[in-house]
Design a protein. Sequence first.
Length: 94
Amino acid sequence: MSTLSDLEKLSRKYSDSADEFIRSGVIMNLKEKRRLLQIERFEILSRYQAATVDELNHKIMEGTAPEHPGWEDSIEVKNIEAEIKEIEDDIRTI
C-alpha cells in the first residue's frame, strides 16, 4: 500500500498539486466505470437488436422479443442508464 508521501511524490511528478492529481484520478476512475456500464448496456440491448430501452420494450410488447428475460433485461438497462447518469453528474460536480 502506498503511503501519503508516495502519493505526494507522484503528484509532484505528474501534476501541479496533490489535489489535482487525486481529482484527475477520481475522474478517470468514474469514466472507466461509465465505460464498462455502457458496454454492459450495449451488450444487453444488442441481444434484442434494440438501440434503446424503449425499443426493447416495444419489441417485447409486440412479441418480437421474449417477455422473459426481456422485461428483466429492460429493468437492468434502466438501472444501468440511471447509474451512468449519476456518474456523469458526479463527474460534472468534480
